[in-house]
Design a protein around this ligand. Structure first.
Ligand code: R5P
Length: 292
């Protein structure tokens, strides 16, 4: 069952798990409140809600309304496929008084759903989703399919991770793509302000740089790295992004600095070129119990 805007991914998934597409009606009342109605027969079925959680604040309440309604209508289980899982980055109180939003968000979803499947959540200070989610979860990794895309589309790639955190997925992508990799140092001083130091490496001279990151939000991380590569006389990089948030002017900013951008379809975007529905379906199947 697709929450609004998730129909394409839900269709792909539905076909792969040989499920029945569910129907849900959703609209806003003039005062901004949500009207939601389940239009499918639910009684005793396993329901998979599909809702990528970019721009999460507006999506959260309809998702909870849907989950509770499905429960009241007799669903045997209700799982969530959130190809992009929000609120993973505020995982600690950096300044006194700050909300640790990842905890509240996870606790709320855990109260309403039975299981969770997501793609490469931004695990930094948390080692695993289980540290904040109280429901069972499966994490799907984009690295193998990203690497496949790079092998098919880039001649002599060198994989570049923009910060130390990215080493976890950059090293996997590089190994699977049979390419060298390097990791930069990054300092962020504001939402739209980052400094990146790319190490000097001989391999940059005769390889095509591919910047790989889990999230592109303001696009500043990719833009600053790309500008530095070009200023040093290297080729304009390709960018491979797992979750293409691309807020505000991010795409315009990157347009003149990079050769091309590819992303996975965890969030619907014009740059989508890597379909994650196959490995997500495999993870979903582990939660769908055969009927007695
Ligand atoms: C950082 O921790 C992430 O891996 C990304 O590098 C970051 O979220 C990208 O953000 P932006 O596009 O706003 O620079």
């Amino acid at each position: 069952m697709a929450m609004p805007g998730n129909e394409q991914f839900a269709d792909l998934l539905c076909a792969r798990i040989e499920g029945d597409p569910g129907r849900l009606e959703h609209r806003q009342f003039p005062d901004g409140e949500t009207y939601l109605r389940i239009r499918s027969e639910i009684g005793d079925r396993d329901v998979v809600l599909v809702c990528s959680l970019d721009k999460p604040d507006a999506k959260m309440l309809p998702l909870l309304f849907a989950a509770d309604t499905l429960r009241e209508l007799g669903a045997r289980s209700i799982g969530l496929v959130a190809p992009y899982l929000a609120y993973m980055r505020q995982d600690v109180r950096f300044q006194p008084g700050e909300a640790v939003t990842s905890r509240t968000f996870a606790a709320t979803l855990s109260r309403h759903l039975d299981w969770l499947v997501t793609v490469d959540p931004h695990l930094h200070r948390y080692q695993a989703l289980d540290e904040v989610y109280r429901i069972p979860s499966r994490v799907v990794h984009a690295a193998p399919l990203m690497a496949h895309w790079i092998r098919q589309n880039v001649v002599r790639p060198i994989i570049i991770g923009p910060d130390r955190e990215s080493e976890q997925w950059v090293s996997q992508v590089a190994a699977a793509a049979g390419a060298p990799f390097l990791v930069c140092d990054k300092e962020r001083s504001g939402d739209r302000s980052v400094r990146i130091a790319i190490p000097h490496a001989k391999a940059l001279v005769d390889h095509q740089p591919v910047l790989v990151d889990d999230i592109a939000s303001s696009g500043r991380t990719l833009a600053v790295a790309a500008r530095q590569l070009v200023d040093r006389g290297h080729r304009p990089p390709d960018c491979a992004v797992v979750h293409p948030l691309f807020a505000d002017d991010a795409m315009q900013l990157l347009h003149s600095l990079v050769r091309r951008i590819v992303s996975t379809n965890t969030i619907g975007h014009v740059t989508n070129g890597v379909d994650m529905s196959g490995p997500v379906a495999d993870a979903v199947k582990t939660f769908l119990l055969p009927r007695a």
